[in-house]
Design a protein around this ligand. Structure first.
Ligand code: OAD
Length: 253
């Protein structure tokens, strides 16, 4: 493992354009459950019943009451962990340019990353289905299910539901970043949901080195990923950061 961390740090320090693609796994150490695997949300909820746009439109009360009720409690209470903070530190060092995230928790921005592409939208904003006005989620009383706009319309979160398009700008920018980067860090994603899972493939086809951080292998592992750092995002990022700092220091002397 030590050698793989050293190799990763070397790639990062000599890279021209580093991009990260993150998934639910990076927020697990912040107390947010992932979707798949042990303790995952899809073990408890059927995604087609709670996360498909048709289910939401047919019965927003049920989706807000049961699924979003649980989501909002964890999302609004969560704070960045060492995984997010490590990516923010890589940006501050001038190494990481952009984070493409599938997460809707806003933790990358809270950690300090300034260019975050929210591939699946975010939970920080609500939009009225009737008058189309946007409100900050924290400013809305969520005890009512579904929460309602002053105009009487029902709010939806600005998250992407199954059956919906990826926000076009997020998709276009992600494709551009993926084809331009020379190193991509893929952190905490099962790489099972398209088109997000295709971003590392675009990067790989464009000649980038893919470094994957995950406790479990994914379809990318050893196919698309050159380096597989098997472990938790926070722990791995801390090790990478200390090696990167050591390399930067040694270059100064
Ligand atoms: P998943 O829940 O599918 O996968 C989470 C990944 O994180 C798994 O590969 C885990 O092994 C890994 N993991 C768990 N703990 C970790 C830790 N401490 N550090 C690093 N990795 C860890 O989440 P996503 O890949 O993000 O879409 O799922 C993609 C999309 O599927 C989500 O954005 C969501 C979901 O349905 C929509 O809602 C549209």
């Amino acid at each position: 493992m030590k050698d793989l961390i050293k190799e990763t740090a070397k790639y990062l320090v000599s890279a021209r354009h580093v991009v990260a693609l993150t998934g639910a796994g990076i927020s697990v150490e912040s107390g947010i459950p992932p979707f798949r695997g042990e303790g995952g949300l899809w073990e408890k909820y059927d995604p087609m019943e709670f996360a498909h746009i048709n289910s939401f439109m047919n019965n927003p009360e049920k989706v807000w009451k049961i699924f979003m009720g649980d989501m909002k409690k964890v999302l609004l209470a969560a704070t960045p962990n060492d995984g997010h903070l490590g990516l923010a530190r890589l940006e501050a060092l001038g190494i990481l340019k952009t984070v493409i995230t599938q997460n809707v928790d806003g933790l990358h921005q809270l950690a300090g990353n300034t260019d975050v592409i929210e591939f699946h939208g975010n939970f920080a904003w609500l939009r009225c289905l009737k008058c189309d006005q946007r409100f900050k989620t924290v400013d809305i009383d969520l005890s009512e299910a579904p929460p309602k706009c002053p105009c009487g319309g029902i709010f939806r979160p600005e998250c992407v539901f199954f059956g919906e398009m990826i926000p076009p700008t997020a998709l276009t920018r992600s494709q551009e970043e993926s084809s331009q980067c020379d190193v991509m860090l893929v952190v905490g994603t099962s790489a099972l949901v398209q088109p997000a899972a295709y971003m590392p493939v675009i990067a790989h086809q464009s000649g980038a080195t893919i470094v994957e951080i995950n406790p479990d292998p994914t379809p990318l592992t050893r196919q698309i990923s050159k380096i597989f750092l098997q472990g938790k995002a926070g722990e791995m990022m801390n090790e990478i950061l200390s090696e990167v700092s050591r390399l930067i220091e040694s270059k100064k002397h």
